[in-house]
Write a protein that binds this ligand. Structure first.
Ligand code: GLV
Ligand code: MN
Ligand code: MN
Length: 419
């Protein structure tokens, strides 16, 4: 049995969490599921071992807290403003074991390392309940509740089985009309500091274990619909066809070309074709589009080009093109104060002679929501081959060891600045 707070303990706990999955052959843990409840129970025990008192909030987020003097303290009770460390406990389907979970477990390990250290602020650890948006299609539900940004319009959103968010809340034992209780008061927060795997290839290419994050890109998401005409696959000559899938296919390749030229990221992740029969020309194609960019302006300009391309292709092929925006988030700047603390932590924990690397994050994180109520900062860890949202996600224990030192040193740097 590994000792709490060590690198082995961190690696072992990430392994443990794979047991709480909806599928025996793959990791999938979505918001308000039985696996979510089981993961909260497991993580709560580790928080208690690390000297934190715990509480699950009105949106299913799990919190641990100690007072400035190190005494365990019930989250939600009055006390000193807190520095919050953490990440999320939910996953995408067929997930890796580090996206989110590593950040929660590292935060608990840091809290354990500092359990006898008096700080000028309270220390909290959070396991956010929903960052990925896998179940209800809306990302950051947990951190939106914690940052007071819950939107009443979300209640009727349903999962793939038709279960609404409201029903899922009740089934989980949460009261929908109490969700506002999860909102944190900015006056009670010193900042939110998250450790996360990079989910990209830069650190590996630079031969570095860690980076601090400068900003988190905001995504825009759309459903694109191409409507043509379903007709007989044998009886309809090409000149008479209005094939929705062929038009959609042209659009998909055009989206990639435009995104590369714009230096942004664009992904068509889902494609549904109707009526979906081998001998029927597709009459309708529905695509999802996820757009990200280093700047919101660059990303928005790309969208205008994609929308124009959709209209042009539709004109050329005699089909109709429509779009609905399903998600829009602005990019989030990490605070200079927290980024400086993370950079100091990296410098202290590593032997590199050069300044720590700062990276922008094309992946979304809970800090995007938490920035509404407090300063946010992030520490990135190298992951093998940059792969994430895949079971092959991998971090080297040696990098986790350095990250533990850097994360702890970053908290101490913030403590020194605050005292
Ligand atoms: C979350 O992982 C996202 O960036 O979509
Ligand atoms: Mn993710
Ligand atoms: Mn994540």
């Amino acid at each position: 049995m590994s000792r709490i707070g060590t690198t082995d303990w961190v690696m072992d706990r990430c392994d443990d969490l794979t047991r709480h999955s909806a599928r025996p052959d793959a990791l999938e843990r979505v918001y308000l599921s039985p696996e979510h409840a089981a993961a909260n129970i497991a993580v709560r025990a580790w928080m208690l071992d690390a000297g934190l008192d715990t509480e699950t909030d009105a949106a299913g987020n799990l919190w641990g807290r100690r007072a400035a003097d190190g005494t365990p303290q019930r989250p939600g009770t009055a006390g000193e403003p807190a520095l919050v460390l953490g990440s999320h406990l939910d996953t995408v389907p067929d997930a890796g074991r580090y996206d989110g979970m590593l950040g929660v477990v590292l935060a608990i390990a840091v809290a354990h390392r500092l359990r006898d250290t008096v700080l000028p602020f309270a220390l909290e650890v959070v396991g956010f309940s929903d960052e990925e948006g896998t179940r209800f299609g809306k990302a950051l539900l947990g951190s939106c509740a914690a940052s007071g940004q819950w939107d009443e319009a979300w209640w009727d959103q349903a999962d793939a089985d038709g279960v609404t968010l409201r029903d899922a809340f009740e089934k989980f034992g949460l009261a929908p009309d109490r969700v506002g209780d999860a909102a944190r008061d900015p006056a009670d927060l010193v900042g939110y500091l998250e450790a996360h795997i990079e989910q990209g290839p830069v650190l590996e290419a630079e031969d570095l274990p860690l980076a601090y994050v400068t900003s988190i890109a905001g995504a825009r998401r759309f459903v694109l619909t191409v409507t043509g005409e379903a007709r007989h696959a044998g009886g309809t000559p090409f000149a008479r066809r209005r094939d929705a899938l062929v038009a959609a296919a042209h659009l998909v390749t055009r989206i990639e070309e435009l995104a590369i030229a714009a230096g942004c990221l664009a992904t068509v992740g889902e494609l549904h074709v109707e009526p979906g029969a081998v001998n029927v020309i597709p009459g309708r194609a529905e695509l999802t589009l996820d757009l990200r960019g280093r700047t919101d302006a660059g990303r928005d300009a790309l969208w205008e080009q994609i929308a124009a391309a959709g209209r042009d292709i539709a004109d050329l092929r005699g089909v109709e093109f429509e779009h609905t925006e399903t998600h829009e988030a602005p990019s989030t700047a990490c605070s200079a104060r927290l980024s400086q603390a993370v950079a100091t932590g990296i410098t202290q924990a590593t032997t590199a002679s050069s300044d720590p690397l700062g990276l922008w994050s094309p992946a979304g994180h809970d800090g995007m929501a938490m920035a509404a109520v407090t300063d946010v900062g992030m520490l990135f860890l190298r992951c093998r081959d940059g792969i994430s949202h895949h079971p092959d996600e991998h971090v080297d224990p040696a990098d986790v060891a350095v990250a533990l030192d850097a994360y702890t040193a970053a908290v101490l740097a913030l403590a020194e600045e605050a005292s």
